[in-house]
Design a protein around this ligand. Sequence first.
Ligand code: PMP
Length: 501
Amino acid sequence: MNHRPNSLRISDVAHSMHPYTNMRLHEEKGPMIMTEGNGARVTDSEGKEYIEGLAGLWSVAVGFSETRLADAAYAQLKRLPYYHSFAHKAHEPSIRLAEKLVEMTPEGLNRVFFTNSGSEANDTVVKMAWFLNNGLGRPEKKKFLSRTKAYHGITIASGSLTGLAGNQKDFDLPAIPVTHLTCPHYWRYGEEGESETEFTARLLKELEDTIIAEGPETIAGFIGEPVMGAGGVMTPPEGYWPGVVEICHKYDILVVSDEVINGFGRTGERFGCEKYGFTPDILVTSKQLTSSYMPLAAIVVNDKVYNAIADNTAKLGNFGHGFTGTGHPVACAVGLENLNIIEERDLMGNAKRLEPLFQDGLRAFAEMFQDGLRAFADHPLIGEIRGVGLIAGLEMADKKTGVGLIAGLEMADKKTKQPFGKPGAVAAKVVALAAEEGLICRNVYEVALAAEDGLICRNVYDTVALCPPLIVTEDDVREIHARLGRALDRALDWAKSEGML
Ligand code: PMP
């Protein structure tokens, strides 16, 4: 039994190029091969079971063994495994899923365009905005506004909208006209003595000043994740989103809500825009749309966007954009069944019900740590704990030296918020120890690159992210806390032994 996983390891190291991986390190370390999933748990090739604390990549809402999704895929594969949607062709799964998405998304979002990934969706959004503005006779209105630490994907346009150096350095990005505004993270970017409301007002002023300075006639859209995900799990400050929408609409700038992580209950509400009280012109979803059982993303647009695009297609005779896999019938059939399961089992309600246990438990977790500490928030490695619904980020601090330490839980000194000296190493340690404790979580960070460029501090982040499947139970949540707590405590011992504390 051992020989197959071993040969898989050897083969992987010999033949595969992994995304988001230090390939030279991978040659030494080899892969962690997953073999099975059951509910909120996955098993590796050594037979070790883990709680999947990041739902794969923030995406497996219904858990890892949902046979209804397998059945939906198989039924569609037998009936019509593939058809496209080009040039007036259609099939039932994509028609039904579009209808369902219009029903589920906020009032006014009435048309759906499918892609295979979130990155392709955001590239499509950029192209839609360019296409419609050309059609409307305003060829200068092309720029996008985004935020530092935003994550919108990695293709040429979406990777330009992303506001992380790690996705841009040496890729020659940004490659489209985009301005990155201040990240709306009060804890790190709020100034000394500034209240949260004042912080919001400052960011909104920055937005309006930027629009006026660059010229509203040059700006096509503003894109943002309601809760920022891969940039470190940041919830927006009070009043931020309604303010953004008001200013953008004043200058005829489209508002794009990137709900690739937020969508379908992650924040405790159906969509992040509903949680934060705004309606976008364009809403982008993926991930929990199919629980990642199949690759699929959907762009849902309002009538204003649709009509401007449709008019231009009438003028040109075509919308010269689309993928072979646009609205793939198997992916759409799985998506439809997945959304039915989310609704039938009230998984969005489950996220809302478990929010207090999950979030408050992280903030005030008892009797876990050495030295008589009784709360995560008091832990010497932790600077800030943040999150909403079933998504959280923990940022750490070395209180003694004032130098930030770990990644994954964002680590920085509580006062200076400076990252630790060797942030990558400690972060990797926390995540590795959590895995030993039977919990998969993810450290998202940008420290090394930023440090290399002398950018240490304000754009650095080093956060441990948690984003469990929506099917988790109270017991699962308590187990997540317990396992992470043990990993943090062991990381603290390690950091002390390394002389970091
Ligand atoms: N937007 C957001 C908010 C995301 O979190 C992601 C993926 N993490 C993407 C876009 C890109 O999606 P994909 O990886 O499917 O291209």
